[in-house]
Design a protein around this ligand. Structure first.
Ligand SMILES: [Cu+2]
Length: 275
């Protein structure tokens, strides 16, 4: 019922009903007053009957893992991409030098496109259902992004933003494969991967240089490094974890990390061509 209508009905009511309505309003006001923090601090009262396995405490008392992924040594000169096979791709990058981005060393000496994830964390802290959707786009004959993470069961939307033919060729090891042509700009498909898999390669058979990787995990504790090479994984229950950094040409590195509540544990990875 609309709020005003309810009060109009109350005002038209007799003294007895008005007394009941006023009493209910007073009780509601008292609840509001009692719910205010006392002495400037907020205290959450947990009913033990509804707090099976201490879930409320676990949700509140989390920590994070953050760090950077460095490249040690002299980065190789990146190879230049030849896009002449498709005039659309060539024109889209007119005046640019496009390099193969399978090993991108940032200006600060860190690595881009590293998939960092927590191996086998405990069940606590998994994200809500359904997990958030992700997108993979094909723009100027390059995948955006090159590396992305998602949760098992989430939707991945794959779009062709180009006025040329791409095909999305996905050949996972633990999930069903698919190979779909997208000849028209704006076309998109939506898929999902039920099983965790690191990493699922995505490629285009029309443009041999087009390559992307999708990491699928049963939880939300992952990140992909960008132009600053840094990552931050939050919401972890306190405990000891193995954190893995994956790079498509340099392999994987692992670190043992202890997470405490309310703190950021450091995990700096190093890859390189000098060991
Ligand atoms: Cu393509």
């Amino acid at each position: 019922m609309e709020k005003g209508a309810r009060w109009r009905r109350v005002l038209r009511a007799g003294p007895q009903q008005l007394f009941v309505a006023t009493g209910a309003a007073l009780a509601a006001a008292m609840v509001l007053v009692l719910a205010q923090p006392v002495g400037g601090s907020t205290k959450t009262v947990v009913d033990p009957a509804n707090d099976r396995a201490g879930m409320s405490a676990a949700v509140q008392a989390t920590g994070s893992i953050s760090g950077a992924v460095r490249f040690v040594g002299s980065p190789p000169d990146p190879a230049i991409l030849q896009m002449a096979a498709d005039p659309f791709c060539l024109t889209a990058h007119q005046g640019e030098i496009v390099t193969v981005d399978n090993l991108v060393v940032n200006d600060n000496g860190t690595l881009r496109w590293v998939f960092v994830h927590v191996r086998d964390p405990r069940a606590a802290g998994r994200s809500a259902s359904p997990p958030p959707p992700v997108e993979l786009n094909q723009v100027a004959c390059v995948y955006q992004p090159r590396v992305l993470g998602m949760q098992a069961g989430a939707t991945i939307k794959i779009t062709n933003s180009d006025n040329t033919l791409h095909n999305v060729n996905v050949q996972p090891a633990n999930n069903p494969s698919f190979n779909i042509a997208q000849p028209i700009p704006g076309m998109s498909i939506e898929r999902s991967f039920a099983s965790p898999e690191i990493m699922i390669p995505v490629k285009c058979d029309v443009h041999g240089w087009m390559q992307a990787y999708v990491g699928v995990l049963p939880h939300s504790f992952f990140a992909v490094t960008g132009g600053d090479g840094a990552f931050d994984i939050s919401g972890l229950p306190p405990g000891d974890y193995v954190v893995e950094a994956w790079h498509e040409t340099l392999g994987t590195r692992t670190l043992n990390v202890s997470v405490t509540a309310g703190a950021a544990a450091n995990a700096d990875f190093s890859f390189g061509n000098e060991r």
